[in-house]
Design a protein around this ligand. Structure first.
Ligand code: GRF
Length: 300
């Protein structure tokens, strides 16, 4: 349970007899868990949500390209990013903000072709807010603390994010409810990071060290972060990306938290980069996928 909103939902996923061809990129897995196995039975789908008949591999590729109105081949991604406007992020934090810092640094270094234009926090003195102020990133207090005139209402927040021309909202350890008005204003544009492999160890009550304690107590041998779209429940939005770390025999919750957090930083940077390069595609059944930059036929 790391972020929640109340009213937004995706349309019901439809079931299909043919499944898309998903090849998980080994780069996100530790060497010990990497697999190069690909399912030959699954068929690639593109953003147009066509159901593509099973055909030979060479034919598959050319057929898919033929129906693409907007090709996302690697060189075209790269060249289009140069000319495109950078995407603008709002990052929401409540604590130290190490994910925010990783994302912000990557925007400055150019590995994310975007910029963090505003930081939103419910704790104006948290580490993330301090880092933002030091770096010249505007800070918004949300929600309004009780008995003060400071902070924004949900409507003011939406208006402010519009003013900053925010494209995507990245929740990074933000512990307050996401208001319905914000969910409605930013459909398919709000992401959260959770420190377990959802759908396991998520939902109400699963936050911070509690997640890692529960993972260790369960005997699970692997854990890792999940980045998912935010919907109306705790940690139930569509999964966009995951990374895997081992759970070691003598791990404390802090040991595991540190190992997972290290992967969080890399994963959130990769996801933010993919958002900027418009490499997120939605499978016909409503599952979002990240297209590999190097090979558009591979997906995270
Ligand atoms: C991370 O573990 C994240 O998964 C969770 O909150 C924590 C935030 O850490 N949602 P930080 O503030 O980014 O260091």
């Amino acid at each position: 349970m790391e972020a929640r909103s109340l009213i937004f939902g995706f349309s019901s996923p439809s079931l299909h007899t043919q499944k898309p061809n998903i090849t998980f990129l080994p780069a996100l897995l530790p060497a010990s868990t990497q697999s190069t196995t690909q399912s030959p039975k699954w068929v690639p789908l593109k953003p147009q949500f066509f159901l593509i008949p099973r055909i030979s591999w060479a034919k598959k590729v050319s057929s898919i390209r033929a129906v693409e109105s907007k090709s996302l081949h690697t060189h075209e991604i790269e060249s289009s990013v140069d000319t495109q406007k950078k995407k603008k992020f709002a990052v929401f934090v409540s604590g130290g903000g190490s994910n925010f810092k990783a994302i912000h640094k990557a925007t400055l270094q150019g590995s994310i072709q975007g910029e963090v234009v505003v930081l939103v926090t419910n704790k104006i003195d948290c580490g993330g807010a301090k880092y933002a102020r030091d770096g010249g990133v505007p800070v918004i207090l949300f929600p309004k603390p009780k008995n003060t005139d400071e902070g924004m209402s949900p409507e003011d927040l939406v208006a402010a994010l519009r003013k900053y021309k925010v494209d995507f909202i990245l929740l990074a350890g933000y512990l307050k409810l996401i208001p319905p008005a914000l969910i409605q204003a930013y459909p398919r544009s709000i992401l959260n990071i959770h420190p377990s492999l959802l759908p396991a160890f998520g939902g109400k009550g699963y936050y911070g060290r509690k997640v890692h304690k529960a993972v260790i107590a369960s005997g699970a041998r692997y854990s890792g972060p999940t980045i998912h779209y935010v919907d109306e429940e705790y940690d139930t939005g569509r999964i966009l990306a995951q990374a895997v770390v081992p759970v070691l025999a003598n791990d404390s919750a802090d040991d595991l938290a540190a190992r997972v957090l290290n992967e969080e930083h890399k994963l959130y940077v990769q996801v933010a980069a993919a958002l900027c390069e418009e490499r997120v595609v939605w499978r016909e059944d409503g599952v979002p996928l990240i297209q590999s930059k190097d090979n558009p036929n591979l997906y995270l």
